[in-house]
Design a protein around this ligand. Structure first.
Ligand SMILES: N[C@@H](Cc1ccc(O)cc1)C(=O)O
Length: 537
């Protein structure tokens, strides 16, 4: 490699970052030698697409000649409210190591030039334990809480383990012998804390490099739980497609747009690795404007704002880009050994053991049940009253009568689309067997079905015909009905609603349809106010 100047090295190290603390220190070191830097990740849940951002930075650090350590912070994963229980954390650490190696390799980073270290390999030594006690002796409870506020799960009665987390992350800088730590901007409070604490223990203060955070795909959400806002690095192609097709992406709206954010924060930086000119193409028929290629993100954003790029075309291009990125990672994991590791690290939850003898001869667990409309307890319901969510003006909190005195609270992200008057005392279609979930701080225990145009500009509630009452049935020809007397509560993780709702459509006459079948009530079909095509969810 042609030798590059310290200034050039610094520019590569710091490009695309949101913030650097301790720039001068890095510059001084670079004048003498290459930088030692580490990035830590706690093996908790499954890593998602956002991981491409730190990965592109690791590529930059290598280009600038840095010595890089990747810390798989297994003990931290446990300390943080047992996000990884002790019996799983070893497997999760292995899973993370493999997945990070696969991801780095997929973008052309030579992994043999990185050092992978597991936290438990040195954090359990007497030296570390003593240093930990020393840092604890100089940290107030208040400072520890403050430092961890954006990283450690916030619970009502914080555990000592979570309070120790920031101090140990600070000590890692000393024990890994680095000059700098790299992480997301969410780590900032821990980084500032480390800068203050290490000198108090007689250690050197380190520099800190922070990258931006990648926002979720979903904008205003309609379901209480939202596994759909996040895409795993091992997500199947059809799930990527489904999640993208459901993501909020309104024509002309560039401020609340997870898909554009993804293009900006992940795709462009990835495609500009190694000094390349990034390019992102939207392919479409001549009559819709023909193909366009962007080399600067802002040009795409401006065109989207000016409605020169349609949400459908953007989604299509991004779906393909993501599937292209993930293909080599899926391939890396496509063998028995890694499939086994995945299952051991994230075991599929076992069906709850039955305490009472089953009263019917339904199959045990739900795996044998068909995934179709018969699983949804979908009913006519009446909104008794709706008000705007105080903390989130985009949402309504409604009191919904689901029949037979079953009155529930429902949170829905409809306030931007449907005037409050139209929400009062009206019939709706409600899904009544979703597991209740906290949504924007409120327990929501049903979901109102709404239709939306392809670009999400128009959203309308499904409208049962007049003359019906709360609790009335909605039927689909040839399908059975969810059992209301002992309803199956659908676990959001199984995505039953998501899988069934892909077959909802709006017919040319404005009727709500499932696989082309009407939503049938005793007064006729359920319709939409004005929409004649689009999606229902
Ligand atoms: N705090 C990091 C994990 C981490 C743990 C220990 C470290 O030393 C560094 C990083 C995270 O949120 O994932």
């Amino acid at each position: 490699m042609a030798s590059i100047t310290p200034e050039e090295k610094y520019n590569i190290i710091s490009r695309n970052l949101q913030e650097v603390l301790g720039k001068e220190q890095i510059e001084t070191i670079l004048k003498e030698r290459d930088l030692n830097i580490y990035w830590g990740t706690a093996p908790t849940g499954k890593p998602h697409l956002g991981y491409f951002v730190p990965m592109t930075k690791l590529a930059d650090f290598l280009e600038a000649g840095c010595h890089i350590t990747v810390l798989i912070a297994d003990i931290h994963a446990f300390l943080d409210n047992m996000k990884a229980p002790l019996d799983l954390v070893g497997k999760r650490a292995e899973y993370y190591t493999q997945l990070i190696k696969a991801t780095l390799t997929s973008i052309g980073v030579p992994i043999e030039r990185l050092k992978f270290v597991q936290g438990s390999s040195y954090q359990l030594t007497p030296e570390y334990a003593l240093a930990n006690m020393k840092i604890c002796s100089k940290t107030t409870e208040r400072d520890a809480k403050k430092a961890g506020a954006e990283v450690v799960k916030q619970v009502e009665t914080p555990l000592l383990s979570g309070l120790m987390y920031p101090g140990m992350q600070a000590l890692d800088e000393e024990f890994l012998g680095v000059d700098a730590q790299f992480g997301g901007i969410d780590q900032r409070k821990i980084f500032v804390f480390a800068e203050k604490m290490l000198p108090m223990l007689g250690y050197k203060k380190r520099s800190h490099l922070m990258n931006i955070m990648v926002p979720g795909l979903a904008g205003p959400k309609m379901s209480s739980s939202d596994p759909d806002s996040k895409i795993d690095l091992l997500e199947a192609p059809e799930d990527v497609k489904r999640k993208l097709s459901k993501a909020f992406c309104e024509e002309g709206n560039i401020t609340e747009n997870g898909i554009l954010s993804f293009v900006k924060t992940v795709l462009f930086p990835l495609r500009s690795m190694n000094g390349k000119t990034p390019s992102f193409s939207i392919l479409r028929p001549e009559k819709f404007g023909g193909d366009v290629t962007y080399t600067i993100y802002e040009d795409l954003e401006n065109d989207f704002r000016d409605k020169k790029v349609h949400p459908g075309d953007l989604k299509k291009a991004v779906t393909e880009a993501i599937n292209g990125l993930l293909a080599p990672i899926r391939k890396w994991f496509d063998n028995d050994e890694l499939r086994k590791l995945t299952e051991e690290a994230y075991p599929t939850p076992k069906p709850e053991p039955k305490t009472k003898p089953a009263k019917s001869n339904k199959p045990a667990g739900n795996a044998n049940l068909p995934i179709d409309i018969s699983r949804l307890d979908i009913r006519v319901a009446r909104i008794v009253e709706a008000k705007v969510h105080e903390a989130n003006p985009n949402s309504y909190i409604s009191t919904v009568d689901c029949g037979d005195g079953d009155v529930r609270t429902v949170v829905s992200g409809l306030a931007k689309y449907i005037p409050l008057e139209e929400m009062q005392n009206r019939l709706v279609c409600a899904i009544c067997n979703l597991k209740p979930g906290k949504f924007q701080g409120v327990l929501s225990s049903a979901m109102l079905l709404a239709g939306s145009s392809a670009d999400d500009a128009v959203v309308e509630l499904l409208q049962p015909p007049a003359g019906l009452e709360a609790g009335d049935k909605i039927e689909f020809e040839g399908y059975g009905q969810a059992d209301r007397s002992s309803p199956e509560k659908l676990n959001p993780k199984h995505l039953i609603f998501e899988k069934v709702s892909v077959d909802f459509t709006i017919g040319a006459e404005g009727k709500a349809l499932y696989k082309g079948l009407e939503f049938t009530t005793k007064e006729g079909a359920v319709t939409l106010k004005s929409l004649k095509e689009g999606r229902i969810r």
